[in-house]
Design a protein around this ligand. Structure first.
Ligand code: SAH
Ligand code: F3S
Length: 450
């Protein structure tokens, strides 16, 4: 294989895909390949795709259309489609576009360098979407990270639930849990290299059960990660409400390094819809968990995912979701129009909600949330918050970062602060972000003394 070739991975979808792309990049660099700075510069292009909604698949087809034109000019161009979208669409991506050289799913990332080598040598397209038999997630030693202060760490992959709308169990396969000692060794290594924020990742993180003799539960793992010297912030995504036990709340209260933010997908506020979604909890059970979170001594921010227009969702069901939003006052939400996915149980359900009605419900829900967030954020004005500076801001401000409870804060300051924790006094609140001013160390001492 021509090792001089530059590769570029375009990532679609979630944080798991993002981390997978970093892992694949590390594996390819270990093979002697070079990352290209952009798609234009690359001879090997990999699209790491998502399958969660139909729109995600359509985006890939449209990118493949563009790449087809590019390949007509540069016949040596290699195009691979990997990730959940590839697992779902399989050969269709190749057959319908005539541009794809490699198709493989998210369970196969450690095989990608070998597959690439084979296709480049034999010049025959390769499709491998068999489930990976290995009982544990792939271990990747050298992950090519794009941040020097924040790192995603896999704790489990796949999902044993069967939510009737969800494609993930079909694409990522059954749950595989990583040994606790391996997770902790990776976190220690990251901390020694200067990383201060860790994001523990998995499709159903709190179902985590350490397969090694230590047998850590999810809450025990959280505590252990939060105790690694040098680690200042620990987040995790996504937990399932059914496995959301009180020991997780206790851990957050006892370890200040565990961020006081929980993302707990609700999906719907109607027990009838939740039952058809096969979510295994009712409106009341979710509410109990939310109340327990809200009653915690340390204030814990709560965000969620909501799907509107699931088959059979009546106006009354939807009203129950809205009522739940009033009751819980989520700190933020991700909301989606239901999209039928092949092979899932709900794809067969009758009584579908039409697109215009889904769009209307989404709008109503988002407008409601905006008002709730505005009211909630207004309470921050005047407070001094700790912010991990993440990037230059996309606004008129110079910098952007997040509080431990996951609020975006924009403020002015020098670029060298990126990657560090600073204090910011909030001066203005918007629905989706806060604005503030950097507090000088001397002002902080004054505040502490007063
Ligand atoms: N527990 C998983 C959920 C991933 S999907 C994880 O964190 O990996 C993220 C969100 O997408 C879900 O919580 C759900 O709200 C939404 N979603 C999943 N399938 C969907 C579908 N078929 N249509 C619309 N939204 C969907
Ligand atoms: Fe999907 Fe439900 Fe698992 S949303 S990832 S099947 S918990």
């Amino acid at each position: 294989m021509n090792k001089k070739k530059g590769f570029f991975i375009e990532t679609f979808g979630c944080q798991m895909n993002d981390l997978d792309s970093r892992k694949i990049s590390g594996l390819l660099v270990d093979q002697g390949m070079t990352p290209a700075v952009s798609m234009d510069e690359a001879d090997i292009i990999l699209l790491n795709t998502c399958a969660i909604r139909d729109k995600a698949i359509q985006k890939v087809y449209s990118r493949l259309g563009e790449l087809k034109k590019r390949k007509a000019k540069n016949t040596g161009l290699f195009v691979g489609v990997i990730g959940c979208g590839a697992q779902l669409e399989g050969a269709d991506f190749a057959n319908k576009t005539g541009v794809v050289d490699l198709i493989t799913g998210p369970q196969k990332i450690s095989h990608i360098p070998r597959m690439l080598d084979r296709v480049l040598t034999e010049r025959v397209p390769l499709i491998d979407i068999e489930d990976e038999p290995s009982p544990q997630p792939a271990e990747v030693e050298n992950i090519l990270r794009d941040s020097s202060f924040r790192a995603g760490v896999t704790i489990m992959e796949g999902c044993d639930q069967s939510c009737s709308f969800c494609i993930v169990p079909f694409t990522r396969g059954r749950a595989k849990h990583r040994a606790g000692e391996r997770i902790l060794a990776e976190v220690k290594k990251l901390a020694e290299s200067g990383y201060i924020e860790i994001l523990l990742l998995g499709q159903n993180v709190n179902s985590y059960q350490d397969p090694s003799p230590a047998g850590l539960s999810f809450a025990q793992l959280l505590r252990a990660v939060g105790e690694v010297p040098g680690i200042r912030r620990v987040r995790f995504t996504s937990p399932h409400p059914m496995y959301f036990t009180h020991d997780i709340i206790d851990a957050i209260n006892q370890r200040p390094t565990l961020c006081n933010h929980v993302h707990l997908p609700l999906q719907s506020g109607s027990s009838a819809v939740l039952e058809r979604m096969n979510r295994e909890y009712t409106r009341e059970i979710y509410l109990e968990k939310a109340i327990a979170l809200r009653a915690s001594p340390r204030r814990i921010a709560l965000s969620t995912d909501i799907i509107v227009g699931f088959p059979g969702e009546t106006e009354k069901d939807f009203a129950e979701t809205l009522a739940m939003m009033d009751e819980i006052r989520f700190d933020s939400i991700f909301s989606f129009k239901y999209s039928a996915r092949p092979r899932t149980a709900a794809a067969e359900f009758a009584d579908t909600v039409d697109e215009a009605e889904k769009a209307r419900r989404l709008r109503v829900l988002q407008e409601k949330q905006e008002l709730l967030q505005e009211a909630n954020h207004a309470l921050y004005v005047g407070q001094v918050v700790e912010v991990l500076v993440e990037s230059p801001a996309r606004t008129r401000f110079a910098l952007s970062g997040r509080t431990t409870d996951n609020r975006i804060v924009n403020f002015d300051g020098p670029n060298y602060l990126i990657g560090s924790l600073v204090s910011v006094k909030i001066t203005q609140a918007r629905a989706n972000s806060l604005q503030g001013e950097l507090v000088a160390a001397s002002e902080l001492e004054l505040a502490a003394g007063s």
